[in-house]
Design a protein around this ligand. Structure first.
Ligand SMILES: *Cc1c(COP(=O)(O)O)cnc(C)c1O
Length: 381
């Protein structure tokens, strides 16, 4: 079977894990969990980074640290992995869902401006959603598949209303936006090291940022807000710190980030070349203004929906190829039936159920890529 996306663990992972065991540093203190923060900060080009147990806990920590509270609103795109919305809900807040731009599959910055202009008032330094009376507490764009939305515009909006800008960059490690590194575009940038991400730690996350006081607060909150070794705590904190075992794998992986991202981009180019001009098929978008990290690749079918995607998957399975549908938007998910929605979510609604993700592990061979493409074309014809 050619798998969809499996980790590539042929570097220093085993050696570093052995070191954890030999030294007994297997928990939330140790050389690797410190090192992964340094490596991630360097990768993001930020001064600081805080290691977390997952991308989701990183997002929740970032939102909490920026003061997001119950009964407030956080703006996110509807087309995302559900963890983005869950992190908002874990704060007791409600997602305000925006549509995506077809060029990037990331948040539509023009719609965001229009929605804010139409539906909010700005008074006493607070942005209030008129209909619900709720405060808008943050904007959290998602770097979809490593595609960054028009952050220049989004940042301008966040600045105009004094809103914290938190990037869900879970799968975007390696992406470059107009010459800027990943961590230079938002106040806080959150990465995930889940097993299917380009760089994995088995599980884990990073919150990267430059504000010293805020980053200290995040670290404090992530480690049960402990003030002294005598079990003295000054806030309701979390047990969100990454373990040294996770970090050992993560450090070994981060050493190979450039190589992994390069391969992900080659895989994207390969499929996009193979399927360019094929009738009934559209390509995964590659925005011109940035260098995407191309986390996942695949195709979009022009006609049909989830049934057609399921059929394609089962025919590919017969040929020993694993493939899958992609994210169901938040506004179509049961727990978020009552989320606040932009006036149109049409692009997301019409896109998500036509996406087929294809094998894109960094260790896939060119022969395997060709075999996958040939099989898909044969089935489609
Ligand atoms: C993977 C992912 C997450 C969640 O990260 P975990 O480490 O699995 O908690 C959040 N948002 C997006 C966009 C993701 O792709």
């Amino acid at each position: 079977m050619i798998p969809l996306a499996v980790p590539n663990l042929s570097g220093n992972e085993r050696a570093y894990l052995n070191k954890c065991i030999d030294t007994t540093f297997v928990s939330s203190v140790g050389e690797f969990v410190n090192r992964i923060e340094e490596m991630a900060a360097k990768q993001c080009n930020t001064k600081y980074a805080v290691a977390t147990s997952s991308g989701t806990t990183g997002l929740h920590l970032a939102l909490t640290g920026c003061g997001v509270k119950e009964n407030e609103l956080v703006i996110i795109p509807t087309f995302t992995f559900i963890a983005t919305a869950n992190a908002v809900a874990h704060c007791g807040a409600t997602p305000w869902l925006m549509d995506i731009s077809p060029e990037s599959w990331a948040m539509d910055a023009d719609q965001l401006k229009q929605e804010i202009d139409t539906n909010t008032i700005f008074e006493n330094g607070r942005l209030i959603h008129k209909e619900t009376g709720k405060r808008v507490a943050a904007i959290m764009p998602v770097y979809t598949l490593g595609n960054i939305p028009e952050m220049d515009k989004i940042r301008e909006i966040a600045k105009a209303y004094g809103l914290p800008l938190i990037a869900d960059a879970a799968a975007a490690i390696g992406a470059v936006y107009k010459g800027k590194a990943l961590g230079e575009l938002a106040d806080l940038t959150v990465l995930s090291f889940n097993g299917n991400k380009t760089v994995t730690a088995g599980g884990g996350g990073i919150v990267a940022g430059n504000d010293e006081a805020l980053m200290k607060k995040l670290k404090h909150l992530s480690t049960t807000a402990r003030v002294t070794a005598e079990y003295d705590h000054d806030m309701v904190g979390f047990n969100y710190r990454m373990t040294n075992i996770q970090a050992a794998v993560g450090c070994a992986q981060l050493e190979r980030t450039d190589e992994f991202v390069k391969r992900k981009r080659e895989i994207r180019s390969f499929y996009n070349n193979e399927f360019n001009g094929i009738k009934g098929v559209s390509l995964f978008p590659v925005p011109s203004y940035e260098e995407s990290s191309c986390w996942f690749s695949g195709i979009v079918i022009d006609e049909g929906g989830l049934d057609e995607i399921r059929q394609l998957c089962s025919k590919l399975r017969e040929k020993e190829i694993e493939s899958r549908s992609f994210w169901k938007p938040v506004h179509l998910q049961k727990p978020y039936e009552n989320a606040l929605k932009a006036s149109s979510l049409e692009i997301s609604s019409k896109l998500w159920n036509r996406i087929l993700t294809l094998p894109c592990s960094t260790n896939i061979t060119n022969d395997e890529l060709k075999y996958v493409s040939d099989c898909v074309k044969e089935i489609l014809s």
